[in-house]
Design a protein around this ligand. Structure first.
Ligand code: DMJ
Length: 740
């Protein structure tokens, strides 16, 4: 393997060679006759391209197809994006592009100033400058790709590196392949990271956004917030990319300054930047090779930056209720209510700050970080959400929920994730969060799990009008964190064989593992259901009428999927035009990583590899200038969105790397990963006198809160019963004594 040019980008620099390299890699473990035939096919295809005289100019940088976001909810969410903020993004100085783009999209945001980030919904960018060239070439490239794939088909090679002959046209859910070289596959992930990073370093160094097709960067605040650099630190440490890390460190120590009159999103800044610094601190003091030598001073930079940033973010918590405002100004430290959603914060955002603040409190011994973050959990829980399922908005000033919409996708997701992770982060010293997680998961099983038809995929659906309203059979890709988190909850991160030996193991945990397994298949199905093998942002499902709920009986989807275009299982998935984009999100590979570590079933690694191949094949930018989100998972080649999310480096590639790597790196029973995949150690808070400062309000048998005044009534009733019983007893004794 040529590690200096992993994807053969510098020879010929064509999308075709990228495809060739990916194909070669994938096929490396297949039978040699298959490999040779594949190479011949590739050579034939390349020859054809050369003959056509277009190979060097060929590009995946097809015109951007800005999806028409017609779904009412999508419109609602995207409007929220451009809600408020003081500073517009600054231009990057690389030519003219983004000012012009800002003007082009000005109509979308109107005169409003914009927040830099709002729950990871990206801004739109102008179409690629290559548009016309692509259209000119399309008629030539299309038939050639058909020819190449036709040859692959003819020789029986499939993208997963398996010969069709052996298994027929089925993707086996239970298949295990032990012979692959996982070290090599892990190296391929590192190569993809390097490629992404090198392109960013070359074209957009220091910028908060990277647009790899137009090769530009963009600031979210004057001179940047370190959005991409800080988010990627720990991945570089895990991959041992010391040169890249040194460059990042140098930039952070000399150029990054948070003293800026800039509004930032409280949640995004916490999980990505604060989380990024904290995990860098953890890994730097833990990973061999990064640990300071005996007697040498620790590198304090990461912790200093973390504390400085956290102090600024604390201003967001200064609301009347203690629930943080959606945004905060880094300089004035003033919290700012959301400019959408009636000023309410998103519930997931307000309740996914605790792992970071608690770890910082433990590291520094400063309890106020802990207390501020923990107070939020108390206020949220005191609303008494039925069956642990919380509406997706909460007002910071009053601390009460807005509307009754329930989902585990956007704005709901990481509330649930942080319940169980807080329990494990603090070494089980806070059982209150286990209690809340158990209640919520029971609620999910009762109200949200339904089945698709005809193939009975497990669907974690939504209740847009509350628990008494209809079920909406839709899953955001974001929901796919759940299979892994459920498995983590059931086992504590131990391998399931070990977990089964624990006295706490029982039917509940068995059922949870089965739910995780079935949901994992659904998330995987979201990838297999598309032309590119990449999941859409959102999938809808055909469901039974009336809905077949889990509480009516557990159903299972097939163990194998027929890959034929007209296979029956495809009817279960409905992908709407507004949802066909793919932002290179991590949730499915995140869950695959947990499922692999916990069950040891290598099918999860196989699925991961197929996903990784699809990302390489369809999201890599021409000439190796990185990877980009795409506009349509059902179009080949897909239109690019010209944007590389920071979570591509921080999460997606990290999870792939860990999935293909040895199990003793970041053992899951010793760490927790925050919602941006930044690992923190588990710790014992009582060692720093940190304790849970609140108790849940009592619930009655129906799950309703028993308020203080009601408790009083209950007490009075109980007292009078006692008195009556007491008097009766006395009378009885008296009567017995007097012989009556
Ligand atoms: C990340 O920023 C985090 O995983 C967050 O919890 C959800 N959205 C993105 C990735 O999809």
């Amino acid at each position: 393997m040529n590690t200096r040019d992993p994807f053969n980008l510098h020879k010929g620099s064509t999308a075709f060679t990228v495809l060739q390299h990916s194909a070669t890699r994938a096929a490396s473990s297949a039978a040699s006759y298959t490999r040779q035939a594949g190479q011949q096919a590739l050579e034939a295809g390349k020859q054809a391209l050369d003959n056509a005289g277009i190979a060097d100019g060929m590009s995946f940088a097809v015109p951007r197809n800005v999806p028409s976001f017609t779904d009412p909810q999508r419109r609602y969410e995207d409007n929220a994006w451009g809600s408020s903020g003081r500073s517009r993004f600054a231009e990057n100085g690389h030519g003219h592009g983004n000012g012009g783009v800002a003007e082009k999209i000005g109509g979308i945001f109107g005169d409003k100033k914009v927040l830099p980030m709002y729950k990871d919904k990206p801004y739109n960018y102008g179409a690629s400058m290559r548009r016309r060239r692509w259209f000119k070439m399309k008629r030539v490239i299309g038939p050639l790709l058909v020819l190449v794939f036709g040859l692959f088909y003819w020789v029986g090679w499939s993208p997963s590196g398996k010969s069709k002959g052996a298994k027929g046209s089925w993707v086996m859910f239970s298949e295990t392949e032990e012979n692959y070289d996982w070290d090599e596959r892990r190296e391929a992930v590192k190569d993809a990271f390097k490629l992404s990073w090198d392109a960013y370093e070359k074209h957009a160094w220091g910028y908060d956004e990277f647009h790899p097709v137009s090769k530009r960067g963009r600031y979210m605040a004057t001179n940047g917030l370190g959005w991409i650099i800080v988010d990627a630190l720990d991945t570089m440490m895990l991959m041992n990319l010391t040169k890249e890390l040194a460059h990042a460190r140098e930039w952070i120590s000399t150029s990054l300054d948070y003293e800026k009159d800039q509004d930032v999103n409280t949640f995004e800044t916490t999980i990505r930047m604060l989380g990024g610094f904290l995990s860098a601190h953890y890994l730097a003091s833990t990973l061999p090779g990064f640990k300071p030598a005996e007697g040498a001073p620790e590198d304090d930079l990461w912790l200093e930056k973390a504390s400085d940033l956290a102090d600024r973010l604390l201003g967001a918590y200064e609301s009347a209720s203690g629930v943080p405002y959606a945004s905060v100004n880094l300089k004035t430290r003033q919290g700012i209510p959301s400019h959408a959603d009636g000023g309410a914060s998103s519930t997931a955002e307000a309740t996914s700050l605790q792992l970071e603040m608690k770890y910082l409190a433990f590291l520094t011994g400063e309890a106020h970080y802990w207390e501020k973050a923990e107070k939020v959990m108390e206020v949220v829980d005191n609303n008494g959400a039925k069956d642990g399922l919380v509406p997706i908005f909460i007002y910071a000033d009053r601390g009460n929920f807005r509307s009754n919409e329930i989902r585990l996708g956007s704005r709901g997701d990481s509330y649930y994730e942080y319940l169980i992770k807080q329990y494990y982060q603090t070494s089980k010293q806070e059982p209150i969060y286990l209690d809340m997680w158990n209640e919520a998961l029971t609620g999910v099983r009762k109200h949200l799990i339904t089945y698709s038809k005809p193939s009975n995929f497990t669907v974690l659906a939504e209740r847009p009008s509350g628990l008494d309203g209809h079920i909406h059979p839709k899953m955001d890709h974001l929901v796919c964190f759940m299979p892994g988190t459920i498995a983590l909850g059931a086992t504590g991160g131990l391998n399931v064989t070990e977990a089964k030996k624990l006295p706490s193991w029982g039917t509940q945990q068995e059922e949870e593992m089965e739910l995780a397994t079935q949901l994992m298949k659904t998330c995987w199905g979201m990838y297999k259901a598309t032309a590119t093998g990449l999941a859409p942002e959102i999938a809808h499902f055909n469901i039974y009428d009336p809905p077949q709920m889990m509480r009516h009986g557990v159903l299972s989807s097939p163990e194998a999927l027929d890959i034929a275009d007209d296979a029956e299982w495809r009817q279960d998935f409905v992908i709407k035009p507004a949802d066909v984009h793919n932002l290179q999100r991590p949730e499915t590979v995140e869950s695959l990583f947990y499922m692999w570590r916990i069950t040891g079933d290598s099918k999860y690694r196989e699925w991961g590899w197929e996903m990784f191949e699809a990302f390489v094949k369809y999201t890599m930018v021409n000439n190796g200038s990185g990877f980009s989100s795409i506009g349509n998972v059902n179009e080949i080649p897909p239109p690019t969105r010209d944007n590389m999310e920071s979570f591509w480096l921080a999460e997606t590639l990290k999870y792939f790397y860990l999935l293909f790597g040895p199990n003793d790196i970041l053992p899951l029973d010793q760490i927790v990963l925050n919602t941006e995949a930044h690992p923190f150690p588990r710790f014992e808070p009582d060692k720093k006198r940190l304790v849970t400062g609140w108790k849940r309000i009592l619930r009655d048998a129906a799950g309703n809160l028993v308020r203080e005044e009601e408790k009083e009534e209950v007490k009075v009733e109980a007292k009078s019963r006692e008195v009556v019983v007491g008097l009766a007893t006395e009378a009885l004794i008296e009567a017995q004594e007097s012989g009556k």
